[in-house]
Design a protein around this ligand. Structure first.
Ligand code: HEC
Ligand code: HEC
Length: 308
């Protein structure tokens, strides 16, 4: 019985080999006189580097080795593999002098057959099948590759980056969905909370939902969230929705009551809206929290001089 494990281990090489022809009839990039052992070395490492099986490149009636026609060029992937190999040879011959280090399929592929950035892959699927397709693709790729290299599943890459591209396309509801899935895997990613809050502000407005998301963003990151909220309030103003900008800043002063700049920004927004009393109160609050807030005291004296 002691032999069971070892025998299988030792035998598996020759067993697999028996299913592979001894003569090679269609080599165009590998040396024609290559030994079977060397050829199999390439084939195994290409399979590993791409995270695929032989049948990914070799045509056949099934995926079993016995059923594969190794010499056939029917599959596009096999032809691509040839050009990839030629590319590698050129790169290694031309660009790695004088230090002689070399790159391999793995350098780009890192265990996947599609070494593009995950966000590129997700967006390609989105163009064909929309946000449901994107979600399914993400879950599938994550299931297959997470923890095994290949793709960056960090909160800013993948879904985070795809969501930003959706926002740029003004596909706001889809961008929000991508951020929600991102939060499923990265519950403390403040930026996703922030963007979802902005979605509720911009598309709604639904103040309660916006407030809840902004609160989560603030909890996850109290130093960047206020800056982002102030910036977004400015955007609302530019887009002709100044009252929503004010609402964002009011939420900010609720969530960060000790932050002078929240009140200062609110004061400025109210000034632009012609709400002098409100603006004055906000500037005074900013000065209360930070007596040497120069911009707030300037703004306050300007307000009062206009009164005269
Ligand atoms: C990434 C694609 C790819 C994978 C995966 C792959 N091969 Fe290949 N294989 C090729 C290419 C390309 C050639 C042709 C090389 C050339 O033109 O010099 C080839 C050639 C061969 C040949 C020689 C065929 C002939 O008669 O010319 C055999 C045998 C072979 N592969 C076996 C395998 C086995 C077994 C596996 C799985 C362990 C495998 N390959 C995995 C791409 C692949
Ligand atoms: C410089 C980076 C780079 C290197 C090195 C590289 N590849 Fe690729 N490969 C790519 C990119 C990028 C793609 C995706 C292109 C696409 O599908 O649009 C790709 C796609 C492929 C595909 C098509 C996959 C599929 O499933 O459709 C095969 C096959 C492949 N590579 C084989 C290889 C093999 C074999 C090697 C090593 C001999 C290799 N590649 C080395 C960048 C590289």
């Amino acid at each position: 019985m002691r032999c069971a494990f070892l025998c299988v281990f030792v035998l598996s090489g020759p067993l697999v080999s028996a299913q592979i022809p001894d003569e090679f009839t269609n080599l165009k990039v590998l040396p024609e006189d290559i030994s079977k052992q060397d050829l199999m070395g390439y084939m195994r490492s290409w399979s590993m580097d791409l995270g695929v099986r032989c049948a990914h490149c070799h045509a056949g009636t099934s995926e079993k080795l016995n059923d594969l026609d190794f010499a056939s060029d029917e599959k596009k992937t096999k032809k691509i593999a040839r050009s990839m190999f030629k590319m590698l040879e050129e790169i290694n011959a031309q660009f790695f002098e004088p230090h002689q280090k070399q790159i391999g399929c793995y350098t780009c592929h890192d265990g996947t057959n599609d070494p593009r950035k995950l966000e590129d892959r997700l967006m390609a699927v989105y163009e064909e099948r929309g946000i449901e397709g994107l979600e399914a693709e993400y879950r599938e790729v994550r299931q297959k590759y997470y923890g095994k290299g290949g793709y960056n599943f960090g909160p800013w890459a993948a879904l985070g980056a795809a969501a930003d591209r959706l926002t740029a396309k003004e596909a706001y509801a889809d961008a929000k969905r991508a951020h929600e899935i991102n939060l499923e895997f990265h519950p403390n990613h403040d930026y996703s909370h922030f963007v979802i809050g902005c979605y509720h502000m911009y598309v709604g407005p639904e103040l309660e939902k916006a407030r809840a998301s902004y609160r989560a963003a603030m909890k996850a990151n109290a130093s960047w969230t206020p800056k982002r909220l102030i910036h977004f309030a400015g955007k609302m103003h530019e887009r002709g929705m100044p009252e929503r900008g004010v609402a964002v800043l009011r939420i900010l002063t609720e969530l960060a009551p000790q932050l002078p700049d929240g009140y200062f920004s609110l004061g400025r927004a109210l000034t632009e809206q012609g709400d002098k009393a409100g603006a004055e109160e906000a500037f005074r609050k900013a000065l209360e929290l930070k007596p040497d807030h120069a911009a707030a005291s300037d703004a306050l004296s300007k307000l009062n001089s206009e009164d005269d």
